[in-house]
Structure formats: structure tokens, C-alpha cells
Ligand binder design. Sequence first.
Ligand code: HEM
Length: 310
Amino acid sequence: MSDTKRREELLKGLDAKFKAVDRDAEPFLEGLQHAKLLTYWDYIQTDVLLNLQTQRTVFPDELVFITYHQINELLFKLILWEIQQLAEMKELTGLVFQEKLSRASRYFDMLTTSFTIMKDGMDPKQYEQFRHTLTPASGFQSVQYRYIELASTELINLIDLRFRSTIDRNTPYEYAFEHMYWQAAGKDFKTGKKSILLKNFEDQYKNDLLDFMGAYNTKNIWTRFKSLTEEERQNKTLLDAMRHYDRTVNITWVMAHYNTAKFYIEGQGKTAEATGGSDWQKYMHPKYQKRIFFPELWTDKEIENWGVDA
Ligand code: HEM
């Protein structure tokens, strides 16, 4: 196609675009003449991004701590982005499903392998000091992490094991919410009293979480997987991808995180209290939580030994 022809085609395309919204293309073309040329820093918002790391202490390694958490949140965002597309897709095929799941897994793999930045990339003496300034904040309060869980599996799989038998599909979301496995980090189930860690989190996000819970009840990864054809569901590559995602999120990442917590909190040989104040050793280990997104894809033995050898 000649250059002139190509230009004509482009103008026709623009005319059609503006006509569709009852406008002329000319003012837009006029405006284009004066528009600033795009730069990398405007597009990526580099200056804004690099101004988001506000330290609360003078310790240099606090910058590592803040920045790595922010990187995590950005990757959580990308994971949710893929899951959301998978959830909304009208005509979902096994191939597209696998593609989206692999993308989400790849991001989570990145979070898992990079966790050494937390364990080996900070001076323990500095961490020991600046962590007190951060009390009672905790990664526990990452709402995107909770969204990823809710978007990945059936709600029942996120209920504290002790209460699963009291919940079915007709249970109000509010009741289910009060019995999510993570309530155990800050709730006294006998008195109903909640720690400040949990209370602050719920004040900020409870309503959003309840809405999200309702929305993903029928379009989470597992429900979408079940909507595939029998043949697609039996596809070994897809099954391996499902198991990989489950293991990465619920064992490998959890253990990288757990070992880091152990290193810093116990390693100091002092009181084993976390910034969020939970009984973290018991709370965080996968063998206690037994959080499994796709239990139907594991054998009874594998479920029994979930996280035991990790
Ligand atoms: C030195 C690094 C870290 C330590 C020592 C640490 C420690 C802890 C502890 C002790 C808890 C239990 C709740 C509490 O009492 O605070 C927790 C929960 C949590 N942290 Fe971290 N953490 C670290 C880094 C991170 C990073 C980089 C992330 C990424 C966003 C993160 C995300 C989470 C999440 C999502 C939970 C809740 C887990 C669950 O409910 O099972 N943490 N962390």
C-alpha cells in the first residue's frame, strides 16, 4: 500500500471513530499538532513511583522493606488482572484458561524465588529496630492478597478448618467472613474480641471483601475450571498447571515467608512476637492452615501431608 493510500485509510478510520460519537475528526487532528511528544518518564510515571517509598525510620534497610512490599503489591495487581480476565471470559477454552493461569503462576513464582530479598537482603540488626516502629501494621493487612485467595477457590476452602462443617452454600457471607482461616491471626473465638491488626483491616476493607466474596462465588478459578469440558479438565498439562499454582501460593510462598519470619523474629533470640502480634508460628505454617485451593486435585495422602515436608 502506498503512503498516500495508507494515510487515506487512517483518516477514514479516524472519521469513522469520531462519527460514531457524533463528533468531527478535524479538531482532534488539530489538537494532535500541539500535543507534547510522549516520554518514558511521563508514561511510566517514574517520578511519582520513586516518591512512594516514605521511610518511618532512619535505617537504610527500611527502604528495602518498603520497596519490596510495594513490588509485591504490583505483582498482586498483575495476578488479579489475569484472574479477573479468566473470571469474566465469555467463551473460555482450556487453552486460554491455561494461558491465564500460567501467567498468574509465573508472577507468584517470582514472588516466591525473590523472597530471599527479605531474608538475606536486610541487616537483621536494622530490621530488629525498625520493625518496632511499624507496629501494629503487617503484610497480613494486604487486601490484594485476600482478593487473590477469594478469586482462586471456593469460599469453603478458606474457612478455618474448625468451622467448615457449620458452613454451606446458604450461609450468609457475613458469617463466612467471621470464620475465614485468617481470623485466627487476631480473633479470640471465645470472646469475639479482635486484635488491633484485624480490627484496622476490617474497618478499612470488610465491605469491599464481602462484595468481592459475593462476586467471585460463581466465577473463581475453580468454578471456571469446572465449566470446561470433561476432556479439557482431564488435560494433564492443565492439571499440572493447576497443581503448580496451588502449591506455589499455598506452600512454597507461605514457607518462604514463614522461614523469613522465623529468621528475623526467632533468630533474634528474644521474644517471638510479630509486628501484627499473632501467634505467628502456629498461624502461618501450611500444615496448620491447610489452605488448599483445589483439594479435588490432590490425593487424600497429599492433603494429609500438606506442607508437612516443606
Ligand atoms: C521480614 C519480612 C517479613 C516478616 C518478618 C513477616 C512476618 C509476618 C508475620 C509474623 C505475619 C503474621 C501476622 C502478624 O502477626 O503480623 C505475617 C503475615 C503476612 N504477611 Fe508477612 N512478613 C514479612 C514480609 C512480607 C512480605 C514481603 C509480604 C508481601 C506482601 C508479606 C505478606 C504477608 C501476608 C499476606 C500475611 C498474611 C498471611 C496469612 O494470613 O496467612 N509479608 N507476616
